[in-house]
Design a protein around this ligand. Structure first.
Ligand SMILES: [Cu+2]
Length: 272
């Protein structure tokens, strides 16, 4: 069994074991690569739980062994002998090597194999996302496959649809302040940074209705900046696009001054 298969199997098992225990039960993972994030968290949790247990047991042992009792005098120990410094450094290195270095290695591998390994080809679904205070705007390219053109499709605010089992690439740029596009059920999140177009991709394995959250405190109504993601069959998805097309061009939303944001809808930035 390769390291990849082992991690995948082990990660899904742990998730199943802990489901139902509210503080250990993450939102349902309905993505191809979400298990990688869960796995890094599980590894970190397991190792720090083990070390915490060891520290607590050691403290209990010393508390009992060196308790105050007649005939035993307290001694002040600076702990600066070579031996003490050596033990401290060794324990520090143990934590650093067995936690930091390992999860760094896992994370870089996940980035390379999955999250930064952008899908290419005809079947990639492209969506532009523009958050604003306090809502989500989505844009689909329409028949010509180009963004920022007449036939772009814009659903009502906070409504995003994607097909199941197809890779989805989103490009995110905010209208105003920093927001963060977060899909808890996919374990992915990307900041919407003013002046930048940020990209990420994901793929759903199940249909259903899921939540889109803003993961960056963006103002006084940040808490209610919620979007609705519908994952559906490719056929239903295409029908939905068709229905948007039939509705005709929607009125783009206006800001307080009645102006349509000019930065909305950009030329798709190809990922290398
Ligand atoms: Cu926000």
């Amino acid at each position: 069994m390769s390291q990849f298969q082992f991690r995948k199997k082990y990660s899904k098992k742990i998730t199943t074991i802990f489901s139902g225990i509210w503080f250990l039960d993450p939102p349902k993972d309905i993505s191809v690569d979400g298990w990688r994030i869960d796995n890094v968290i599980q590894y970190t949790d397991a190792v720090i739980t083990l070390y915490f247990g060891i520290v607590v047991l050691a403290m209990l042992y010393f508390i009992i062994k060196y308790r105050a009792r007649p005939g035993h005098k307290a001694v002040y120990d600076k702990g600066d002998t070579k031996k003490h410094v050596g033990i401290t450094l060794a324990m520090g290195m143990l934590v650093f090597l067995s936690i930091d270095v390992v999860i760094e290695g896992m994370s870089f591998r996940d980035l390379k194999e999955a999250f930064w390994n952008f899908p290419k080809g005809e079947n990639v679904v492209k969506i532009e996302v523009m958050p604003q205070q306090f809502a989500w705007n989505f844009r689909y390219a329409g028949d010509d496959g180009e963004f920022g053109t007449e036939d772009d499709l814009i659903p009502s605010q906070n409504q995003m649809h994607i097909p199941v089992n197809l890779p989805v690439v989103v490009q995110v740029a905010p209208y105003d302040v920093i927001h963060s596009f977060y899909l808890p059920n996919f374990r992915v999140k990307i900041d919407a940074t003013p002046g930048m177009i940020n990209t990420m991709w994901f793929q759903a394995t199940e249909t259903g209705n899921f939540e889109i959250a803003c993961a960056e405190l963006c103002g006084n109504s940040h808490y209610r900046m919620k979007g609705y993601l519908t994952v559906e069959s490719e056929e239903d998805y295409n029908n939905w696009l068709q229905s948007l097309e039939e509705e005709g061009p929607v009125d783009e939303w206006e800001d307080e001054d009645g102006e349509i944001p000019t930065r909305w809808g950009w030329i798709w930035k190809e990922t290398i």
